[in-house]
Design a protein around this ligand. Sequence first.
Ligand SMILES: CC(C)(COP(=O)(O)OP(=O)(O)OC[C@H]1O[C@@H](n2cnc3c(N)ncnc32)[C@H](O)[C@@H]1OP(=O)(O)O)[C@@H](O)C(=O)NCCC(=O)NCCS
Length: 433
Amino acid sequence: MSPKNDVRDREVFVASGPRTLFAKIDGPLAQLDAVALSVPVVQAAVRSLDASRPNPDCIVWGTVIPSLAVSNIAREVWFDAGLDPSVPALTVVQQCATSLAAATHVAAQMKAGRLDLALCGGSESMSQTQIGLTRGMSQTLRRLAAGGGPGAALRSLGQLRLRDLRLSLPSIKERTTDLTMGDHAEIMAKEWNISRESQDRYALASHQKAVAAWQRGFYDDLVIAPEARPATERDTIPRPDTSLEKLAKLPPAFDRRSGQGTLTAGNSSPLTDGAAACWVATAAGLEAIGTPRYHARLIDWEIAAVDMERDGLLMAPALAIPRMLARQRLGYMHIDLWEIHEAFAAQVLCNVAALNSRAWLKERAGVEAELGEVPVDRINPNGGSVALGHPFGATGARILSQAVKQLQETGGRALISICAAGGLGHVALLEAV
Ligand SMILES: CC(C)(COP(=O)(O)OP(=O)(O)OC[C@H]1O[C@@H](n2cnc3c(N)ncnc32)[C@H](O)[C@@H]1OP(=O)(O)O)[C@@H](O)C(=O)NCCC(=O)NCCS
């Protein structure tokens, strides 16, 4: 085989990695920032490597909410984990798809023969988001810190205006539209006629499946206990006691005034703290990963972007999925496992409706092929982000790890789908080995 073919035919695999339990903002992980959340995850992952290959070729990590203290979080996590400083580190951000983007980024390099083993993942501490200052206040404080004596300090303070005293509170808003993700999902739900009841039913099923997965031990070897709270070992968000009646009583969380709001705290993913890792490897790299080594072949991936005003902010997976499947000459029934990130129950249901619409496929996705009907009973058999939580930077690795474990149990093909802020959608196709 020529070296060129060797590279082109290189198989790439995704293998499961550890994650922390996921917990709501201001819950049991609140004392840990995004770096501290990541450290035990990265340590546990690297500890599992074979002694003959104690390090990955690189770590690619991400967090979505910016921190003033940390720029390349991948490197800082590696340092705090006390690991070999000769391993390169890269930080990527693609909002909710961040750690899936980390995985496909290194997969492309593996296809090109540049890497064999990469640790990918991310983290989010919603409990430790920093509050910003206005530009005027920041400039004043910077000048004060630079010194220059009492006169200069008084002059700087004298230039402050009332409006400079405002704080910039973090919120999950689109910068260009000034609407939250929830506001945008409400608009999508109305456009696709997704009822409150169908969202609540979807959310209830997500909780029931997450609770059942924990009960059958599915998550036991995927989730590590955080060192700070060794007694807390499980995700704290799935609710065994929720019901349609309880969900139906919750008030709208975003569209509170019109009387038409359908998204609630119960059918939206909660603000979550957590960190997650997964491995991406060639066949040679895979050998170094210790147990559990659930893994699957990465076949393809696709990234799409929508015009959010026209198509809806979180609708890009409904462009990426048909384009990738058409390229692979697959229909929806060929996918045995659908791991779809649940930003909101409404967003999953809107995307399913679009995937089932021939007009959408043809006019928006540019796909003529007949793909069939989405088999909704194959979506998220172990629960999704509504019930498990959604630490933005960690969700992609959480989904990849549990998808490869599920595939190893059941065989077949898995579709990974993550919608992201800015109107982006990142999807991937895995196949059991
Ligand atoms: C939806 C959102 C605003 C709710 O925030 P919140 O009001 O602080 O949420 P809480 O967890 O306190 O829940 C509110 C209430 O609903 C209840 N509740 C939540 N989920 C429930 C469920 N499944 N069953 C029953 N009750 C539930 C809570 O117990 C709480 O009740 P209480 O007030 O009596 O204690 C917030 O989670 C959010 O912004 N989510 C979206 C995050 C996002 O945009 N992510 C990006 C996606 S792209």
